[in-house]
Ligand binder design. Structure first.
Ligand code: FE
Ligand code: ZN
Ligand code: FE
Length: 184
């Protein structure tokens, strides 16, 4: 196996681990979402992710390799950070905005990985692998774009409305309520 093929195998294995980790995390995160549209976006992307995993398996097979046990540390870090951010908020519009932000970081990470893989495969004359990776790259970009649209049209306005209502309730209540600090 030549060096470029080895590099591709390493990166395919990394992406495979990233997708597997993402797939495991998605239903847990979706459960914490309030917006029905956000829940559906997660459901849809989880289904896409299963196909993305198949494409990675196909690409590895073409190179005579298997997924192996490599762990994508980048995705692991993103998921860890997302989990701790999610724990800081109760269910509601602010948490939905946090969820979108965390998910978009993961989509951008994947976009970078598939962009690299598609370019590498193309340069190496592995057109079939390049096409598979380009297909996934498109899905990741669309998933990211969909989250941006959802945030702009629904989730951010709801978060801002919810936050200003909370602030009004604090003023009206005098002492301030719940988790909100009186110094804020
Ligand atoms: Fe993916
Ligand atoms: Zn990685
Ligand atoms: Fe993705």
């Amino acid at each position: 196996m030549d060096d470029v093929t080895k590099l591709m195998v390493e990166q395919l294995r990394d992406a495979y681990s990233a997708e597997k980790q993402g797939l495991r995390a998605m239903p847990r995160v979706a459960k914490k979402a309030t917006s029905q549209a956000l829940k559906e976006a997660f459901q849809m992307h989880a289904e896409q992710t299963e196909h993305q995993i198949e494409r990675l398996e196909q690409a590895l097979e073409k190179l005579g390799a298997r997924p192996g046990r490599k762990v994508c540390e980048g995705m692991r870090g993103l998921i860890e950070e997302a989990q701790s951010e999610l724990e800081d908020h109760d269910k509601g519009p602010i948490l939905d905005a946090v969820i979108v932000g965390a998910q978009q970081r993961m989509e951008h990470y994947e976009i970078a990985a598939y962009g690299t893989l598609a370019a590498l495969a193309k340069a190496a004359g592995q057109q079939e692998i390049a096409d598979l990776m380009a297909q996934t790259l498109q899905e990741e970009k669309q998933a990211d774009e969909k989250l941006t649209q959802l945030a702009e049209s629904e989730l951010n306005p709801a978060a801002i409305q919810g936050a200003s209502q909370g602030a009004q309730a604090d003023t009206a209540g005098g002492k301030g309520g719940g988790k909100r600090s009186s110094a804020a």
